[in-house]
Design a protein. Structure first.
Length: 368
């Protein structure tokens, strides 16, 4: 497991995946290239030949590095701590990638001057939300289910403990259609069926669709249709029995961000922005509000969140709208620590080698 041959093969496979994925991206887009080559354990070539994906390769390299570290520590007469430190840095780098991939979130926060929010929207991810009875549709504090877990035949219990839903069909990208059907499913937008579509090049362009059956006391009580392009929630039975909707994933923020003023500087004689910035008010709830300036090269870092100035628009009435890219990354500092450990370990190792070589050269030759 600690063989250097495994390391070389793994690095060669990563090289092939990187080049192949880059070329694939030209015609299919970044999102589909990431999904096929980098976010998979393996994929099929021509539907026949399996090829390892980056997740599988990096998992093997992770085990390979652990085995190599174990050999250096316990099966060598002289422990070289510099090599162990270098291996630790590489292990931490792979672990950082896993933490970022499995726990990180990418979202957007669009604010009009004078408005604020403590929730960002992830445009590439969706969730199924169930709003309790007697609540206003659009309420943020709801029971949410990640849409990636929706599968045909899955039964999901509702918060009331009495009813549940059975997934009849779920499409990651679809088009809702209004036809004349004798017994159409219940839909807030009046849709009768879904037409599955191929995945878009960008994740934010996909519109998922869901058809499910409501079950109460073991009995089917009705079929429902939800579509991502319909922003109206659907009532579950009478109005007093709650609402359900398929919407873009909401990411709770650690503070309420309020846009005070947006400023932009344009290139003279053109409509192209030279620079733009937003002055925001940050309210975490447990300390005094503070004003922060977020500009193109100066993000706001708050706990595990980073807010980048992304784009802007104009609202009716002349008020400005500022859009921030919001990245949640629990492993934000891990790559820095990993890189530092790897560099320090290599410097110690090669410095020791240099001194050893110089010491050997200074030794006087033995007399014949």
């Amino acid at each position: 497991l600690g063989s250097l041959k495994i390391t070389v093969v793994g690095l060669l496979l990563l090289l092939i995946l990187t080049v192949w994925g880059t070329l694939y991206q030209v015609d299919h887009g970044l999102y589909l290239a990431q999904e096929r080559f980098y976010q998979s354990t393996f994929f099929w070539i021509g539907g026949i030949v399996p090829f390892p994906g980056a997740q599988l390769v990096m998992a093997v390299l992770f085990v390979n590095l652990i085995a190599s570290m174990t050999l250096l520590t316990f099966w060598r007469s002289r422990v070289k701590w510099s090599l162990i430190l270098t291996h630790f840095g590489l292990l931490l780098m792979l672990a950082a990638g896993a933490v970022t991939f499995y726990t990180g979130k990418n979202a957007q926060l669009s604010l009009e001057e004078g408005s604020g929010s403590n929730v960002a929207i992830a445009y590439g991810e969706w969730e199924l939300v169930v709003m309790p009875p007697n609540t206003t549709p659009g309420r943020q504090k709801v029971n949410a289910i990640d849409a990636t877990h929706l599968r045909r035949g899955r039964v999901i219990a509702l918060p009331d403990g009495v009813r549940s839903i059975r997934v009849d069909a779920y499409y990651r990208n679809s088009q809702a259609v209004r036809d004349r059907v004798e017994t159409p499913p219940i839909s807030g937008g009046g849709y009768t069926r879904l037409e599955p579509l191929a995945h878009s090049k960008e994740p934010g362009q996909d519109m998922p669709g869901l058809v499910f059956t409501l079950i109460e006391n073991g009995q089917d009580t009705g079929r429902y249709l939800l579509w991502g392009g319909d922003n109206r929630p659907t009532a579950l039975g009478p109005m007093s029995e709650g609402w359900i909707a398929l919407r873009r994933l909401r990411v709770p923020l650690p503070a309420t961000i309020k846009l005070i003023d947006f400023r932009r500087e344009m290139y003279q004689g053109s409509g192209i922005a030279k620079s733009y910035s937003s002055q925001v008010l940050v309210d975490t709830g447990d300390e005094m509000e503070r004003k922060v300036l977020i500009s193109m090269n100066k993000p706001l870092r708050l706990n595990d969140f980073t807010f980048y100035q992304s784009s802007f628009a104009s609202a009716p009435g002349g008020r400005e709208i500022s859009t921030f890219s919001v990245v949640q990354n629990y492993g934000r500092l891990m790559p820095y620590i990993a890189t530092g450990a790897t560099v320090v370990g290599m410097l110690i190792y090669y410095t020791a080698m240099l001194f050893t070589r110089l010491h050997r050269q200074k030794k006087p030759e033995a007399a014949p």
